[in-house]
Design a protein around this ligand. Sequence first.
Ligand SMILES: Cc1cc2nc3c(=O)[nH]c(=O)nc-3n(C[C@H](O)[C@H](O)[C@H](O)COP(=O)(O)OP(=O)(O)OC[C@H]3O[C@@H](n4cnc5c(N)ncnc54)[C@H](O)[C@@H]3O)c2cc1C
Length: 339
Amino acid sequence: MAPPSLLCVLYVPTRLVYEGMNLTHEIQNLFPALHIRENQPLSNHTTFKLGGPCPLLIDNPDADQLPKIIRTLAKKGIPFLVIGQGSNLVISDAGLNCVVIRFCTDRPNIKTTENQITVSGDTLLDDLAQFTIEHNHGDLTYCSGIPGTIGGAIAGNAGAFGRQMGDHLISAEILGLDGNIRTSTQENLDFTYRHSALKKTGEIVLSATLQPPAGNKRTMHIERERIITFRKENHPDWRKTPCAGSIFRNIEASSAAQRRQAAGYYLEKIGAKTMHIGGAHIFEKHANMIIGDNTCTAQNVWDLSELLKQTVQKKFNIELIREVQFLKTNPPSPTAETN
Ligand SMILES: Cc1cc2nc3c(=O)[nH]c(=O)nc-3n(C[C@H](O)[C@H](O)[C@H](O)COP(=O)(O)OP(=O)(O)OC[C@H]3O[C@@H](n4cnc5c(N)ncnc54)[C@H](O)[C@@H]3O)c2cc1C
């Protein structure tokens, strides 16, 4: 049987290209200062530096512009995908056949009350971690050095060192795929390990209100420095080395008495660090991270992840589940999960 393939023939229906040209004018008229570009390579917008073109890229709209944009697309039935910093994505070499909206900013938008923080979905997680320490607004030190936006972190319930975003969420302003806004609570969002309901629905986090536990400013500062040093020593530097974090989720405990097991342990045991396919290699210090050289393709990363998955299955009868999202060209779905 042929192995599953990420390679897809790029199929951009005439309707989407034609609509794209009309759409550029229509959305540009709504928001003249907005960056809208046709036929843009997505490799410029993912930390893995992978991904072919999309017919239309709407770059960095404000949270208050998004509802109108989504309503315009929904009315026309044009498929779209909202991405953040692209730090958890491997996008097909053939690109995506949908409008891509990049909701990510280096200008943090954070408001505080006595013990709660409201932060826009496009704010970077590390900027939030730094802000909360500087202003003594609760302990989010574990978020230090995790790339990506608040929106991406809530959708994927990002976390580290046993803590995760969903734990502190009081409520989130959610933009539905029809462009309507509602407020969701923690209970509505169905957080589990590296998962939330948003991964299935594809709905968009416009902003989130969080209540992290209190912390001591000095202790948090020291902890942030420790975590950043730990990441520098043990993870690839995504600014220089193409990657998307851990490829596989850790393995869920099968009983309450057990702990979650590191996928990296099994990957070490199968000799993952010696494996490579094309330009995709395993990071020398972390068997659960694939990095790319300058010849790497999305197909290489998919094929290497498939080899790792099959080898662990054969040797340990354990099914690894991908944490990184692999997005295929078609169907262009905001909820595509390829695991
Ligand atoms: C070096 C490195 C280390 C990492 N370490 C960790 C770690 O310790 N812990 C961890 O959990 N992750 C880690 N990651 C993975 C990644 O940083 C997180 O998953 C991050 O939360 C993804 O955010 P993003 O904005 O980049 O999302 P993207 O990669 O852009 O998107 C991921 C998913 O979120 C969706 N999404 C994006 N924005 C929104 C929004 N506003 N509303 C709704 N959905 C949205 C997208 O549609 C997509 O489905 C690491 C990655 C790298 C490269």
